[in-house]
Design a protein around this ligand. Structure first.
Ligand code: SF4
Ligand code: SF4
Length: 454
């Protein structure tokens, strides 16, 4: 069983150590063997010996996963066409067969009742989330409009959401999104946007006005957020927040910001924007740590949620065997499908890329065999940030997987250090273990240097 020693330093410079097991979520004082108090973060231990933790399905090509018809999340991929040119996106230059048409949407809707049985019992879509994905979904405006209106009629209690680059919004689309209570996430990387993603919609007066209108309209309903990707050249959530807020004309405190964390390298451009040297990793780790503990990163939606989830894991003694993958695509009740009825590994893949895992016509034979649960990876069972990272991406392989894991390790190490700072007041300087992710890596990982202790 992997167990790690956390080396920390108090304000007065005195060192102390904690012992941590990501398998059992136990966090103990090394000196006394007692559990670390959760008092400082306002929660207490909730160790219920009769709690039944669900066992996550350990999917892999050898142990594939079927999909349930009782879906909780339906991710519809409209097609991979995009009008943007994000460096780390793999959704460009796809063959025409990956683009859904209005005719495809009609056929898709006709067949839907033969395979979809939303998880809720009312038949109205309660408990079902329908996501519309591209490329850029609004490139498929006519198709998306037709589809969503028909789905709303059929499942009026389902919730709708989509992610957009915000460049082709207009009044008609905003009115429509508002009418159907869409939850909209706008991808924007703040100051790194132009370099990493191409044109900044805030530089175009028409798009900027549309984004401001979208924000004004949906913000009171809590249905708009901005979502950024961090990269080697764009490390600060605080700077991203300030940049977007100033363009929107709102207070930074009133900006709902989330992050996809550090770039996951799906392709070469994402690989280039990743961390490569020890100095890159050290810089990112320290920047993020400082951003969360002293800057404005803590209110970032999924930074706060991740830390709360980590604290809860300790409070409840959450075992690692209950952990599914971060994105949820290893759940039986979560399905990604294109308009031709091809079932996909996830919404970021295409049927022609080896990620077709079945069809809705032959639902019983859908097999997710293009994915690896964290327990099937070399690294994750020996990783001190497993409870925070949850195995990063389930479909990446080879060098791209290793880079994704390295990026995720640094991101989550910074969050772990920030969490321990909140919990104990100490600064996590290094972590030791028999094996730290890979057998060939050193058994000690540096975290926060004394010069950053502030
Ligand atoms: S950082 Fe790497 S080893 Fe650790 S849980 Fe994430 S993907 Fe797995
Ligand atoms: S499998 Fe990877 S690329 Fe697909 S949604 Fe999950 S994290 Fe994203």
């Amino acid at each position: 069983m992997a167990e790690f020693k956390f080396h920390l330093r108090r304000h007065d410079g005195k060192p102390f150590c904690l012992l941590y097991s990501p398998q059992t979520s136990e966090l103990l004082w090394e000196e006394t063997g007692e559990r670390v108090s959760l008092h400082s973060i306002g929660i207490s231990y909730d160790l219920n010996p009769s709690r039944q933790w669900p066992v996550a399905k350990a999917v892999s090509p050898e142990t594939p996963l079927g999909k349930s018809r009782a879906l909780r999340a339906l991710k519809i991929q409209l097609g991979l066409k995009c009008n943007g040119r994000c460096g780390y996106c793999n959704q460009t230059a796809r063959p025409p067969e990956s683009h859904g048409t209005l005719k495809d949407a009609k056929a898709f809707l006709d067949k839907l009742p033969s395979w979809l049985e939303p998880a809720g019992t009312d038949g109205l879509g309660s408990g079902l989330r329908i996501e519309y994905w591209g490329g850029e979904p609004l490139v498929y405006w006519r198709t998306m409009k037709y589809l969503a209106e028909a789905l709303h009629q059929r499942y009026p209690k389902a919730v709708f959401n989509f992610v957009t680059n915000g460049t082709i919004l207009d009044d008609e689309k905003i009115d429509w999104l508002d009418k159907y209570d869409f939850s909209v996430a706008v991808s924007h990387d703040g100051p790194g946007h132009k370099t990493n993603r191409g044109e900044d919609p805030f530089d175009d007066p028409f798009s900027a006005a549309a984004l401001r209108k979208l924000y004004t309209r949906l913000r009171p309903k809590g249905l708009v957020s901005f979502n950024c990707v961090l990269a080697k050249n764009n490390p600060s959530l605080t700077t991203v927040r300030e940049h977007i807020a100033s363009r929107l004309g709102c207070s930074p405190d009133d900006l709902p910001l989330s992050t996809e964390e550090l770039v996951l390298p799906y392709e070469d451009a994402g690989y280039q924007l990743s961390l490569h040297t020890d100095a890159d990793h050290a810089f990112m780790r320290h920047s993020l740590y400082r951003d969360v503990t002293q800057g404005g990163a803590l209110p970032t939606l999924n930074v706060k949620e991740k830390l709360e989830d980590f604290f809860r894991s300790i409070a409840q003694g959450r075992p690692s065997y209950s952990l599914g993958l971060r994105c949820g695509m290893d759940r039986e009740d979560t399905l990604a499908v294109d308009l031709k009825g091809n079932v996909l590994t996830c919404q970021n893949t295409a049927a022609g890329d080896g990620h077709k895992i079945g069809t809705v016509k032959d639902y019983a034979n859908i097999r997710l065999n293009t994915a690896w649960h964290w327990s099937k990876r070399e690294e994750c069972p020996y990783c001190p940030v497993l409870q925070l990272c949850k195995g990063c991406c389930l479909r990446l392989e080879g060098n791209l997987w290793r880079k994704a894991c390295d990026n995720s390790f640094t991101y989550n190490l910074a969050l772990l250090a920030a969490g321990l700072r909140l919990l104990t007041g100490g600064v996590l300087t290094e972590i030791g273990g028999n094996v730290l992710r890979r057998h060939e890596l050193p058994g000690i990982a540096p975290v926060v240097d004394s010069v950053w202790n502030g």
